[in-house]
Ligand binder design. Structure first.
Ligand code: IMP
Length: 198
């Protein structure tokens, strides 16, 4: 497989995580290439990843770049909310909310839920397309629970609320390297690289 790969994401938090994870496999992350917004309206994470991958592929080809690329879609599934926000994690509470407002809204929705029922999981699906148009998939999940208040300042999104199983610290209280040891994204990427390397 090519030693450089583009990712369909302009989210700095995600890009930084992917760059560090790919480096562990000896693969360089290509520069950020903005592509036209796609409506992420598929029924599942893999479907949304496929929409983003196709949009980036089209943009790269338009620029005359033939390269391997991948896209991700991820979400947080909370048992006490019947799996919500799930595929709608980025939009939970409305697109106009800031991330601290979105986390506050989630905490409010769980205010009456006791510790033992705050179980949740992060899920990630990755879809890669190589130069020849072949497709590869990778999935990863990380089980954990939702804290009672925000803790930590590292990471992004729901990190300050997510306590991975067996940990006393949230993802946002860990270094990037520590998060990478158990993150859904790291697991999905390992599976994807294994699939691509055959
Ligand atoms: P996506 O960018 O369409 O995959 O949206 C998934 C949403 O879930 C994003 O808004 C992220 O902030 C959130 N999310 C996904 N992975 C993580 C993570 O590792 N930590 C915190 N939030 C995450």
């Amino acid at each position: 497989m090519s030693e450089r790969i583009f990712v369909a994401s302009t989210n700095d938090g995600k890009r930084a995580e992917f760059a560090a994870l790919l480096a562990e496999h000896g693969i360089e992350l290509g520069p950020s290439v903005p592509y036209p917004d796609v409506e992420e309206d598929a029924d599942d994470y893999l479907g949304n990843a496929a929409l983003k991958a196709a949009a980036l592929r089209e943009e790269l080809l338009r620029r005359g770049i033939a390269a391997t690329l991948f896209a991700d879609d991820s979400g947080l599934e909370i048992d006490a909310l019947d799996g919500a926000p799930g595929i709608r994690s980025a939009r939970y509470g409305g697109l106009e909310l800031s991330w601290s407002q979105r986390r506050a809204q989630l905490l409010a929705a769980l205010s009456a839920v006791p510790a033992e029922r705050r179980t949740a999981r992060f899920c990630c699906a990755l879809l890669a397309i190589d130069e020849g148009g072949r497709r590869f998939e990778g999935f990863g999940t990380t089980r954990g629970s939702i804290a009672f208040a925000e803790r930590g300042t590292a990471g992004f999104g729901y990190d300050p609320l997510f306590l991975p199983e067996g940990e006393t610290r949230t993802f946002a209280e860990m270094s990037a390297a520590e998060k990478a040891r158990s993150s859904h994204r790291a697991r999905a990427l390992r599976a994807l690289v294994a699939a691509m390397r055959g």
